[in-house]
Write a protein that binds this ligand. Structure first.
Ligand SMILES: Cc1cc2nc3c(=O)[nH]c(=O)nc-3n(C[C@H](O)[C@H](O)[C@H](O)COP(=O)(O)OP(=O)(O)OC[C@H]3O[C@@H](n4cnc5c(N)ncnc54)[C@H](O)[C@@H]3O)c2cc1C
Length: 423
């Protein structure tokens, strides 16, 4: 059924990952009527498959990404204050071995800079773990161990955080539609006409089912049919927060707005059935020297991550055998006595600008691409961090304000508390 709805929103957001959720919250808080569309479920994409760290990103200091690190540390401080049920601080242990890529003094300098960039925040303090305590480090390999540092960073449940931001957006008045798949959009005189598809399961006893366009999805249960409705709404500003699908969304907009070429880079995590420690470990892969995290995840352990160029449909991302082996080797080289088993796995996709540089060294800064430099009506979000979602949303709302003007009564998202999602 085609529902040509006359509703006009100030802002329509495509994609209910953390970035889309953040924009929906910030846009509605700024006073713009907002609708967010998500095709599968909140956080169904990368936002439920991250390392679940709320951090500045110690390793980004290597690439000189000081502003990215500083912004992450500021956002971490805000989230620790505004979302205590969802974000908690933890110790991260960083061992330095004889064969490590970085010397102790380099790690020391990096941690000092990390602390400085946090504004000498208590949460970024670090210390050297005395040798007498090494035996208490969950069986960490002690051969050739030269020093162990520990510093504070924070952890979250990324899917719950996303749902909490959606919940906050709704409490401010934003409208949500999920599952709702964006199909296409056409530019109009003052914005876009957006077409999307909703589907629901109907039983043969549903009285209204005859009025709907029913598409039988070959359901094994003949009494159940899937109904799909096409709807359209208008908006004055369209935000593409499609994550790994960002350019797929671009290709369905007429005329196609500006975009950038990206590489999708897969990051795999394994879940192990026994918790190694209540604290976190920041390890170095002995083969390629990349950073690998061993993290407590509820009563289990989360191990990740990798960087593998991904080609194909983002829905199909899943860990490869090579990635499993790689992660388990890093684990075994640092925790030789650990006897837990893999009980789960996941893979998320990073959206990185195309380039020749190795993925590991490419910038993690978010890129905001508008349809035109002045008074845009469209903005696409490329990449970014879970941690920086609020700061990104603030920048997006600034762009929206360029075109729609700034409403008088707006709420600063820095002040909004986030609570555990109730659904
Ligand atoms: C392996 C890995 C580890 C990471 N670890 C961290 C970390 O520890 N800390 C950190 O700060 N950051 C981390 N990141 C980065 C962070 O996870 C991502 O930047 C963030 O989750 C991306 O969110 P997003 O909303 O842009 O994308 P997504 O979460 O992928 O959301 C996009 C959404 O758009 C929806 N969508 C797509 N097409 C349509 C359509 N046609 N109609 C409707 N909806 C549509 C999808 O279903 C999806 O839900 C990590 C990233 C990866 C890959």
């Amino acid at each position: 059924m085609n529902n040509n709805n006359d509703t006009t929103y100030d802002v329509v957001v495509i994609g209910g990952g953390i970035q889309g959720a953040g924009v929906a919250q910030a846009a509605q808080a700024a006073g713009y009527s907002t609708l967010i569309l998500e095709k599968t479920d909140w956080a169904a994409g990368t936002s439920s498959k991250s390392s679940k760290l709320i951090h500045g990103g110690l390793r980004y200091l290597q690439g000189g990404e000081l502003s990215l690190v500083q912004e992450g540390l500021q956002e971490r401080a805000l989230l620790l204050k505004n979302a205590p049920e969802l974000v908690h601080s933890n110790w991260f242990y960083l061992p330095v071995y004889k064969h490590s890529n970085y010397h102790s003094w380099q790690i020391h300098s990096g941690l000092t800079l990390y602390w400085m960039l946090s504004g000498f925040h208590e949460e970024s303090k670090f210390e050297v773990v005395p040798e007498s305590q090494w035996s208490e480090l969950a069986g960490l390999e002690a051969k050739d161990l030269q020093k162990v540092y520990r510093y504070h960073d924070a952890q979250t449940d990324d899917a719950k955080l996303t749902a909490a931001v959606i919940q906050s957006a709704v409490s401010l008045g934003a409208e949500t539609c999920c599952p709702a798949e964006f199909i296409n959009a056409e530019q109009t005189e003052d914005g876009y006409r957006v077409c999307y598809k909703t589907s629901s399961q109907k039983t043969s006893t549903d009285k209204n089912s005859a009025d709907k366009t029913c598409i039988d999805k070959n359901s094994s249960d003949k009494n159940n049919t899937q109904t799909e409705d096409e709807n359209s709404v208008s908006c004055r500003f369209l935000v593409n927060a499609g994550g790994p699908w960002v350019n797929h969304v671009v290709s369905a907009i007429s005329p196609p707005p500006r975009s950038i070429e990206v590489d999708l880079v897969q990051g795999a995590h394994l879940i192990l059935d026994k918790k190694i420690s209540d604290q976190c470990f920041y390890l170095e892969s002995p083969t390629d020297k990349r950073a690998i995290f061993v993290l407590p995840w509820y009563d289990k352990t989360l191990l990740g991550t990798t960087e593998t160029l991904f080609e194909g449909n983002p829905e199909d991302a899943s860990p490869t055998e090579q990635e499993r082996q790689y992660l388990l080797e890093v684990l075994a080289s640092h925790f030789p006595e650990y006897d837990g088993n893999v009980c789960g796995e996941m893979a998320g996709l990073r959206v990185l600008p195309s380039g020749r540089q190795k993925h590991y060294h490419r910038s993690r800064e978010v890129r905001l691409i508008t349809d035109q430099p002045r008074r845009p009506h469209y903005l696409g979000i490329y990449g970014g961090k879970l941690t920086g979602y609020r700061a990104t949303a603030e920048k997006v709302v600034k762009e929206i304000g360029e075109t729609l003007g700034v409403p008088e009564n707006w709420v600063d998202t820095k002040t909004l508390p986030l609570t555990l999602p109730t659904v």
